[in-house]
Ligand binder design. Structure first.
Ligand code: ATP
Ligand code: LTN
Length: 332
C-alpha cells in the first residue's frame, strides 16, 4: 500500500457514456491494490433528478457491473452502493451546515441541471455538493480521480474540510483531484462545446453498451470544422481536439502524441481511427459487462461485502465528527 486513500463515485442516472469511461472508469483499476481504494455507485446523488424506480435499480446493477468489467476486483478495493452506508447521508446533513448558499449558487453543475429540469429544482439538487463532500471526507480520502467537470465540487469539498478542521481541530484529510492526462472532458460529438453527458440522449453521446456499428456511425458523424487541418486547438477546432483527445485516451497517450500520428491526414482518417480505437477498447469491457449482468445475485453479494467494509470505516469517522460537534454518545 502507498498509504493513499482513493475515492470516486458514478451516478446511476443513465446508461454510462464514453465520457464516464475515459474521464473516470478506465483509470480506476490503476488505483486499486497499491492504494486503499473505494468506488461507489452514488444512488443518493442520482435521485436529485427524478428517477423511475425499476430503472434506477437496473442502472445501479449496471454501474456495479461496469466497475467490475473495467477491471476492479472487490478483493482489492471497496465497491459499494452509497445508500447502503447511511453515514453518507448523515455526514451530508452535518456538512450542509458548513456550506454556504452562495457557494452552492456558484456551482455550474447546479446551474446546468436546474436549467434542464425547470420543474424540479429541488433542495437536494442544490445541496448535492455537500453530499459529495461527505462521500469523500468520510474515508480520509487523499485522491479523487474524476473528470474535469468535477473540479468545482472537489474545491468545495476541500473548503468545507478546511472550514471544519479550522473550528474543531484536525478531523478531515483535505482531498486532491486527479484528472486524466487526456479526455478529462469528453465533449458531445454533435456539439463539441458541451460536455458529453449520459443523461442527454443524443447522437452526440456514445453509450458504453452500444454496438460497434452504432458507435462507429456516431463517431463518423462527429461535427468538425472547415479548417481542413488536424491541429490541437481547443478554441478554434473543438471537434477535432475532442477526437484527438478520445484517440489519445484510448491509446494511453497525450493529445500531442496522438496529433503526431495524423500529420498530413484528413478528418475522415481521424474519425476512422477514433472509431476503431473506441470499439477496440470497449469490446472486452462490454463482453464482461454482459456476463456480469446475467447474475444480479452475484452483484448483490459484491455490494453487500463492499457495504460491510465501508460501513465500519464510515461509522467510526461519523462518531468522531458527532463527538467533536457536541452530540452525546450513541448508546448501542
Ligand atoms: P449526468 O449526465 O447525469 O450529470 P455525468 O455522467 O455527468 O452524469 P457522473 O455519473 O456522476 O456524471 O460522472 C461520473 C464520472 O465521470 C465523474 O468522474 C465525471 O467527472 C466523469 N465524467 C462525466 N462526464 C464526463 C465527460 N464528458 N468527460 C470526462 N469525464 C466525464
Ligand atoms: N458528483 C459526481 C459524482 C460523485 C462523486 C462523488 C465523484 C458523487 N460523489 C465522490 C467523486 C467522489 C458527478 O456528478 N460526476
Amino acid at each position: 500500500m502507498s498509504g493513499k486513500t482513493v475515492f470516486s463515485g458514478i451516478q446511476p442516472s443513465g446508461e454510462l457514456s464514453l465520457g464516464n469511461y475515459l474521464g473516470a472508469l478506465k483509470r480506476f483499476k490503476d488505483f486499486q491494490g497499491a492504494n486503499d481504494s473505494l468506488f461507489c455507485v452514488v444512488d443518493l446523488h442520482a435521485i436529485t433528478v427524478r428517477q423511475d424506480p425499476a430503472q434506477l435499480r437496473q442502472r445501479t446493477y449496471s454501474g456495479v457491473a461496469w466497475y467490475l468489467a473495467s477491471g476492479l476486483d472487490p478483493a482489492q478495493c471497496t465497491l459499494f452502493a452509497q445508500s447502503h452506508v447511511s453515514a453518507h447521508a448523515e455526514l451530508a446533513w452535518i456538512l450542509n451546515t458548513f456550506t454556504q448558499m452562495g457557494e452552492l449558487e456558484r456551482m455550474t453543475q447546479f446551474k446546468d441541471k436546474a436549467a434542464r429540469h425547470k420543474h424540479n429544482i429541488n433542495a437536494g439538487l442544490f445541496a448535492y455538493p455537500a453530499l459529495m463532500a461527505a462521500d469523500i471526507l468520510l474515508y480520509d480520502t487523499h485522491e479523487v480521480p474524476v473528470g474535469d467537470d468535477q473540479k468545482q465540487h472537489i474545491e468545495l469539498a476541500r473548503d468545507v474540510a478546511e472550514r471544519f478542521n479550522g473550528i474543531y481541530g484536525p478531523t478531515f484529510v483535505v482531498p486532491k483531484m486527479v484528472a486524466p492526462k487526456a479526455a478529462a472532458r469528453v465533449m458531445d460529438l454533435q456539439d463539441p462545446t458541451s460536455k458529453m453527458s449520459k443523461s442527454v440522449d443524443s447522437l452526440g453521446t456514445v453509450f458504453l453498451h452500444e454496438d460497434e456499428k452504432t458507435i462507429s456511425k456516431k463517431i463518423m458523424k462527429a461535427v468538425t470544422d472547415n479548417e481542413g487541418m488536424i491541429r490541437l486547438d481547443k478554441d478554434k477546432q473543438p471537434g477535432v481536439y475532442n477526437l484527438l483527445a478520445i484517440y489519445a485516451a484510448c491509446h494511453d497517450q497525450t493529445p500531442e502524441e496522438a496529433l503526431a500520428q495524423f500529420t498530413g491526414k484528413g478528418y475522415g482518417d481521424l474519425k476512422k481511427a477514433v472509431a476503431e480505437a473506441v470499439v477496440t477498447v470497449l469490446a472486452p469491457v462490454q463482453a464482461r459487462h454482459k456476463e456480469l449482468m446475467a447474475d444480479t445475485a452475484q452483484l448483490d453479494a459484491v455490494l453487500a461485502a463492499g457495504a460491510a467494509k465501508a460501513r465500519a470505516r464510515a461509522n467510526k469517522k461519523l462518531a468522531e465528527v458527532y463527538a467533536k460537534i457536541g452530540f452525546t454518545p450513541r448508546q448501542g
